[in-house]
Design a protein around this ligand. Structure first.
Ligand code: ZN
Length: 295
């Protein structure tokens, strides 16, 4: 028997659990800069020019050499500086052109949020794979596909680390990134787990204020048709509203996509397949493109 939506949300979403007690390792941001001060200039200060009589005999020539040397140094410096300046100017012009054209070129910014990270690995499958790693892989694929379709993408994380070792602060930092990005939509990627191991497929959640209802409904129906019917032989999921922090950071359509059930062996295997991840992200991207360009 199908569970009620409320009961289902309570049982199947894991993103509400109080994780404030989670402690994770310090973020690894070590960098090393090597400065080589060991260049030996002694070879250029030899005795040759100080030998007695050299000035008397070759004074004029020495002056000429000195002048030539100065010119050579100036020419050498110019030879080095000009190409560097040209390369810098070229790079800057490209950047300026990209920025200047962005208003026309980009449809808008979409925030892609890879759920969890750091010691908060999210749900873990029977094969030991962590949700946080799957989310990150999916987020990177989706980032690429959206970028290729002229959306500017802002990621909340691009490494396996979380943004903070305290869950509450991590979530606040994600919100700060979302607010700063002024996106047209937010897509948060997660993996689900449920007590009934037969449950499988992709499910979409949106905010309980229903700002993301149209986006959520369309995305769910599109994924039912193109992913769930193909991989899990079901196409009857409805997008579900919930009191979900990440969907309420800004008042634009924001959804959580639970990309499969790690508690189901077939889904777990799919989530580990690059081809499935590609297919799923393709479909999410297509749904976004259709909504953005309905004609
Ligand atoms: Zn999750």
């Amino acid at each position: 028997m199908e569970k009620s939506k409320r009961e289902y949300i309570e049982n199947s979403t894991h993103i509400h659990r109080n994780s404030d007690k989670i402690e994770c390792n310090e973020l690894s941001t070590q960098t090393s800069v090597f400065v080589d001060n060991s260049v030996d200039n002694s070879a250029f200060s030899g005795d040759f020019v100080n030998k007695q009589g050299f000035k008397e005999r070759f004074g004029d020539i020495s002056m000429v050499i000195k002048i030539l040397s100065k010119k050579s140094i100036i020419i050498a410096v110019l030879c080095c500086v000009i190409p560097v300046f040209c390369i810098f100017a070229f790079a800057m012009s490209k950047e300026v052109a990209k920025t200047a054209g962005s208003d026309n070129f980009y449809y808008g910014t979409i925030v892609v949020d890879a759920g969890h990270g750091g010691i908060d690995g999210g749900v873990v499958g029977s094969l030991g794979i962590k949700e946080s790693d799957i989310n990150l892989r999916l987020a990177k694929i989706l980032e690429k596909k959206l970028s290729e379709n002229n959306f500017k993408v802002v990621m909340t994380r691009t490494t396996e680390n979380s943004l903070s070792n305290i869950k509450r602060i991590d979530m606040q930092m994600r919100k700060d990134i979302i607010v700063k990005a002024s996106p047209i939509a937010v897509i948060s990627l997660h993996v689900n787990k449920f007590s009934d191991s037969s449950r499988r497929g992709v499910q979409v959640f949106y905010d309980d204020l229903k700002v993301g209802k149209d986006f959520g409904d369309f995305l769910q129906s599109y994924l039912n048709e193109n992913i769930n019917s193909k991989y899990s032989k079901r196409s009857d999921y409805n997008a579900i509203a919930g009191d979900l922090f990440i969907t309420k950071c800004v008042k634009v359509p924001s959804v959580i996509v639970e990309c499969g059930f790690i508690s189901n062996k077939e889904d777990e295997r799919l989530l580990m397949q690059y081809s499935f991840c590609q297919d799923l992200c393709d479909r999410i991207c297509q749904a976004v493109c259709i909504l953005n360009n309905p004609e």
